[in-house]
Design a protein around this ligand. Structure first.
Ligand code: GUN
Length: 281
């Protein structure tokens, strides 16, 4: 009972595999461009960690730092420029964006073959249809990768995903319900309007907490022996905490991700993997 899912270790293994593949590439190396707008400390920290991952595996990257006063037209021009660059295989516009910019407009302007976040509607459509040739969102990919690595069966299991974001909840639901290995789950997507929320979480064989509410999932909401995956990161007075009340839930879960050191490192590893996939496609 209560074993830790070590996202740091699995991500390190994944980076080592990517490094080997990239070093074996003849000629030019994959390239990833980050667009960082404004001075949000969390965004700056995330981009720094992603760039460090690139350096480790041999992806060349650069960060385009732009003012938070930038207009939508100016940002679209920067994206057009990166779309056309032969040595750039991935474009990542770190969110959130300033309020004068419509996120959907920006996401749709990125060439879908360079959309390493997997947020473009074309890639989301491919994901839903079960195609394998698209680029898919990194956090859900990382969660599926962790479950596979730990040989946690999803077929026929009840997976309850708490949180319906476009970045995590919706794409993860699409991945886990596909008719193939690593999928075949019975998925429930619970959210803030869900009735009998606790009864649902209690019925989960695999519970994914991705709603961004600090320590929301408590032990009484979890079936003993369930697998618990914590995607949340909230800044509180006691530091960064996940969506799961870890100390009490770990006592009854069969497997649980810590925070930090669970899903986060996997998200970055999958971004690097998507960049190589974009390069190879
Ligand atoms: N902001 C929070 N998470 C993400 C992510 O996965 N990608 C981008 N581009 N911005 C984010």
């Amino acid at each position: 009972m209560n074993q830790l899912i070590d996202g740091r270790a699995v991500a390190a293994q994944e980076r080592a595999k990517l490094k080997e593949k990239i070093s074996a590439l003849p000629g030019r190396k994959p390239g990833l461009a980050f667009i960082l707008i404004g001075k949000d400390p969390a965004s700056i920290a995330y981009v720094r960690m992603k760039k460090k991952g690139c350096e480790e595996v041999g992806i060349h990257s650069h960060v385009l730092k732009l003012s938070d006063k930038i207009t939508e037209g100016e940002l679209l021009a920067e994206i057009d420029h990166l779309n056309a660059k032969q040595d750039i295989d991935g474009i990542l516009v770190q969110q959130p964006l300033p309020k004068q910019i419509t996120t959907d407009v920006i996401v749709e302007a990125i060439d879908p073959t360079k959309d390493v976040d997997g947020f473009h509607p074309l890639n989301m459509g491919k994901l839903l249809l079960g195609h394998s040739d698209g680029l898919f969102p990194c956090t859900p990919l990382g969660i599926v990768h962790l479950l596979k690595t730990y040989k946690i069966e999803t077929a026929g299991k009840h997976v309850v995903i708490c949180g319906r974001s476009n970045i995590v909840g919706k794409p993860l639901a699409a991945m886990l319900c596909q008719k193939r290995a690593g999928g075949n789950a019975t998925v429930t997507l619970a959210h803030s309007q869900t009735e009998n929320f606790t009864a649902l979480t209690q019925s989960a064989d695999i519970l994914i907490a991705a709603m961004g509410k600090a320590s929301f999932i408590t032990a009484d909401m979890v079936k003993p022996g369930a697998v618990v995956v914590d995607v949340g990161v909230s800044r509180t007075q006691s530091g960064l905490v996940g969506d799961v009340a870890f100390d009490e839930v770990r006592k009854i879960a069969s497997w649980i991700t810590p925070m930090p050191g669970g899903v986060g490192p996997m998200t970055i590893a999958m971004l690097l993997s998507n960049t190589l996939k974009g390069y190879l496609s």
